[in-house]
Design a protein around this ligand. Sequence first.
Ligand SMILES: *Cc1c(COP(=O)(O)O)cnc(C)c1O
Length: 390
Amino acid sequence: MFEKSVYLDYAATTPLDPHVGEAMQPYFNQDFGNPSSVHQLGQKAEAAVERSRATMAALLGCSPQEIVFTACGSESDNLAVRGAALAARRSQGANHILVSPVEHDAVLRTAEDLGQHFGFEVERLPVDTFGRVSPDDLREAIKDTTAIVSIIHANNEIGTINPIPELARECEGRDVLLHTDSVQAGAHLRLKVDKLGVDMLSLGAHKFYGPKGVGALYVRAGTQLAPLLTGGSQEGGLRAGTHNVPLIVGMAEAFRRAQEQSEDRAAHHRSLRDPLIEGVLEAVPGSQLTGHPQERSPNHASFVFEGVDGNELLAALDLAGFACSSGSACKTGDPEPSQVLTALGLDPGLALGSLRVTVGVDTTQEQIEAFLHELPRVVERLRTAEGAHV
Ligand SMILES: *Cc1c(COP(=O)(O)O)cnc(C)c1O
């Protein structure tokens, strides 16, 4: 039954690229040393970690010392926001945090935690109907006491890409740190930290065909951060714990392939995604695209449907052989409308009828055609069933 299932949820996670798996393999049991050990086996592992760091740095256009390996995108977000907030308060008494209302929970809940339990003042920036923060609004919101600004790069739920370089200029002018969550963007956009102008940037390997359980944070030289994990002096004292060598090697290899192939992958994604969006809006009455029509991740389509429950829609599509999402994977089972969608000004009832369809390197035109054939029928059936309840 499952062999025919079509995977359309690449923003939730991606399968491991076989080339990446191959690169990781020796570091599980052959070159298994601890990079902190003095002997040759340790040195070999250390060399692999440092090669991976150099690869990440070269791709991002920074120095290897500016890369911190973490255990996931969420940890990178936590280290950036919590680490910078705590350090800025210690050194300058800064206690104000600015975030967009469309952040991933890894940023949003971290900021809320800092507000509730650490006495920070957390402010949410306004966004337009596509989920973008404007440089003017940011300029007005920055205060002398602002410790950190965190604005998502490519949105996981609605695909929208924020104008990070323009936003960075506002922060630079006021000497305020800017972090961006590029966990989605890393899979699709060429990332150069100097062009972006950010002080910190989060990545997670499993969103770009790397392994789960490893991430990275770019930290501009000179940025003060308080560590989340204390112990050994790994990662310049910013992240204690024995390096997960195979996963770090896998992340660098996956990121290299994603960045080097980004134009080709984007062209493939667009050739499937654009007809998908057009087809859905045409075939399903009462449907609406969420997020920006152009400034969005090339593989990302997201919608709301009138008179449909998003969770029921996901279940029905799953039964019909299509794996999609209603937004962030972490929100599944949550009956509340997505905060991201309501932040766009969408009616909460309409926001409950959301669907996210994200394509990947293995997606085919036939799969999209099959999906476009099935979706209108499923929506129609659910709407009729809803009507039957009343
Ligand atoms: C997936 C994701 C995260 C979390 O990354 P993990 O590696 O799964 O912890 C954070 N931000 C965005 C935008 C994401 O898409």
